[in-house]
Design a protein around this ligand. Structure first.
Ligand code: TYD
Ligand code: MG
Length: 454
C-alpha cells in the first residue's frame, strides 16, 4: 500500500493546500490549516459498511446496549448505568488531577472481576505505572500494560490481545505514522481518536481516551474530539485540595446530570457518598462572613460554605476583588447591586469571596448566599447557624426563583439544618407535604432577606 498523502485543510472554509500556510488564502482566517490524510479509505465519514436502505422508524428494534458494571458504583452512575460495550469515552482534565489514577483503579477492579484489560501509556514507563499500581493495590488479573506511542502498533496489539476494555493515556502522546505532524497537534489527536473509535466499534472494545485540558480550555486537541466520541467525562478539582469531581459533559447512552465526588488519598481515589457533609466538615460555627448555600451540581444537590471577607483597602489605589470558586462577573454584579440597594460604597474595601473546600459553583442560585456572606462580614454578625440559603438576585435587588428547589430543601433537611431562606416564588410552588419539619422562609427582595437574618 502506498503511503497516504497528507494535505492541509482550512478548518473554517474547507480550502485545501499541499503545504501548510499561516493564513488561509481563501477566507483569510489565520492559523486554520490542519493536516489531514488524503486517503479516501481513512476519511472519517467514508462508509465502511455495505449500502443500507432506509428503515421505517417503527420497524427499528430496540436493543439494550450491553454494559459492563464497574465496581466503582459512582462511576457507573456518571456513565448512565455502566460502561457500554464498544463505546469510546473521552476523559478530560488538567494534568496531575488524577486521570491516570482513576483509570488504573477502574482497570484494577475490572481485572479482578476477570475481564481482560489493556492499559496503554504514552506518558509513563512501565516501572512508573508499576509504582502507582502497587500503591493502588493491584495484584492479580488480566491487566496488560503497554508503554507505546505509535498508533498503528497499538491498534495491532489491541486486535491481537482482544481486551474488553482499552485505555489510551493520553491521546496527546500518541501519533499516527501516516501524518507528518508531531503528537499532540490537532490533526494527530483527531486521527488517534478516529482510529480508536473504529477499533472500539469493530472489535467491541470499550475504550477510554485520556485528554489533558488546561483551565482555560486550552490545548485545543481534546476539545475538538468532543463530537467524535460517545461520552465525554470531565475530571475536575483544585490540585491543592483533596476532592475531585467527575461529571459527564456528553453521553450518547444516558443523561449528563449525574456527578461523582472523590477524595484523593494516599491509596488512590475514594468515593465520597455524602459530598455535603464533606464540604461542610470544617465550617466555622457562629463566625461572620460564612453562609451555607444549597447548590446543585449536575442533578445532585449539595451544600457548601461561601465565605466573604471585607477589609479596608490599604494604600490608596484600586480595591481588590477576588472570587475563588465563583464566577468573577457574577460576584462583581452582586457587589454593584449591594452598593445600589444598601446605599454604601465599597470603593475603599477589598472584597474576597471563596467557596470553602475548593468546590466550584457556577450557578446564579448562589447569588443570595454571596450577598449575605458579604453583608454578614460587613456587619460583623453571623448568619444563624442552622440556616441554608439559595436564590438568584436580579439587578433591581429582587430574589428570583431557581430550579430544583425541592431537592435543595431536602438536602438541607437531611443534614439537620433548621431553616431554609429561599425565593418566595420557589416557596409558593413547593408542596408542603413533600417537605418534613424544616422551616421555610420565602423572600422576594435582597432587603427582605437582610432584615430577616440580621
Ligand atoms: P495522576 O493520576 O498522575 O494525574 P493525571 O493522570 O491526571 O495527570 O495523578 C497525579 C497525582 O495524584 C499526583 O500528584 C499524586 C497523586 N496521587 C495520590 O495522592 N495518591 C495516589 O494513590 C496516587 C496514585 C496519586
Ligand atoms: Mg496521567
Amino acid at each position: 500500500m502506498s503511503q497516504p498523502k497528507a494535505i492541509f485543510i482550512c478548518q473554517s472554509c474547507g480550502f485545501n493546500s499541499a503545504k501548510w500556510l499561516g493564513r488561509c488564502p481563501n477566507c483569510g482566517e489565520w492559523n486554520s490549516l490542519v493536516e489531514e490524510i488524503e486517503d479516501k479509505e481513512t476519511r472519517p465519514f467514508a462508509p465502511s459498511f455495505p449500502l443500507q436502505e432506509p428503515i421505517l422508524f417503527q420497524d427499528i428494534k430496540e436493543t439494550k446496549k450491553p454494559r459492563i458494571q464497574l465496581p466503582l458504583e459512582e462511576v457507573n452512575k456518571v456513565l448512565g448505568g455502566g460502561l457500554v460495550v464498544g463505546s469510546l469515552v473521552l476523559i478530560g482534565g488538567e494534568p496531575g488531577i488524577g486521570k491516570s489514577t482513576l483509570l488504573l483503579q477502574i482497570c484494577r477492579d475490572l481485572a479482578l472481576k476477570g475481564e481482560r484489560i489493556l492499559y496503554v501509556s504514552g506518558e509513563e514507563s512501565l516501572e512508573q505505572i508499576k509504582i502507582r499500581g502497587d500503591r493502588l493495590g493491584i495484584r492479580d488479573g488480566d491487566l496488560y500494560l503497554l508503554a507505546e506511542t505509535n498508533l498503528e502498533r497499538i491498534v495491532n496489539l489491541a486486535e491481537r490481545i482482544e481486551p474488553k476494555v482499552l485505555v489510551i493515556d493520553s491521546v496527546q502522546t500518541i501519533y499516527s505514522a501516516k501524518l507528518t505532524s508531531g503528537p499532540g497537534t490537532i490533526s494527530q489527536v483527531r486521527e488517534v481518536a478516529n482510529e480508536i473509535f473504529r477499533l472500539a466499534k469493530r472489535n467491541q472494545i470499550a475504550s477510554f481516551l485520556v485528554g489533558h485540558i488546561t483551565k482555560e480550555g486550552g490545548l485545543a486537541g481534546p476539545k475538538s474530539l468532543e463530537h467524535m466520541v460517545d461520552v465525554v467525562l470531565l475530571f475536575e478539582g483544585e490540585r491543592d485540595h483533596t476532592h475531585r469531581v467527575l461529571r459527564a459533559l456528553k453521553n450518547r447512552f444516558g443523561s449528563v446530570a449525574e456527578l461523582a465526588v472523590f477524595e484523593m488519598t494516599s491509596s488512590g481515589l475514594q468515593a465520597i457518598p455524602n459530598p455535603s457533609e464533606f464540604f461542610l466538615k470544617e465550617r466555622p460555627v457562629g463566625e461572620p462572613g460564612s453562609v451555607v448555600v444549597a447548590t446543585v451540581k449536575g442533578s445532585r444537590p449539595m451544600l457548601a460554605e461561601i465565605q466573604a471577607l471585607v477589609s479596608p483597602t490599604l494604600f490608596s489605589g484600586n480595591p481588590r476583588r477576588m472570587a475563588v470558586g465563583l464566577d468573577h462577573y457574577r460576584s462583581a454584579m452582586i457587589l454593584a447591586i449591594l452598593e445600589k440597594r444598601l446605599g454604601r460604597s465599597f470603593a475603599s474595601d477589598d472584597i474576597y469571596v471563596n467557596v470553602a473546600g475548593g468546590l466550584n459553583i457556577d450557578e446564579p442560585a448562589a447569588d443570595l448566599a454571596i450577598a449575605l456572606a458579604i453583608i454578614s462580614c460587613l456587619k460583623n454578625k453571623a448568619v444563624p447557624n442552622g440556616a441554608v440559603v439559595f436564590g438568584e438576585i436580579g439587578l433591581s435587588g429582587e430574589v428570583r426563583s431557581v430550579s430544583q428547589a425541592l431537592s435543595r430543601v431536602r438536602e438541607a433537611e437531611s443534614l439537620g439544618f433548621e431553616t431554609v431562606i429561599l425565593p418566595r416564588g420557589n416557596l409558593m410552588a413547593l408542596e408542603r407535604d413533600d417537605i418534613g419539619l424544616i422551616r421555610l422562609q420565602g423572600v422576594s427582595t435582597l432587603r427582605e432577606a437582610i432584615n430577616i437574618i440580621f
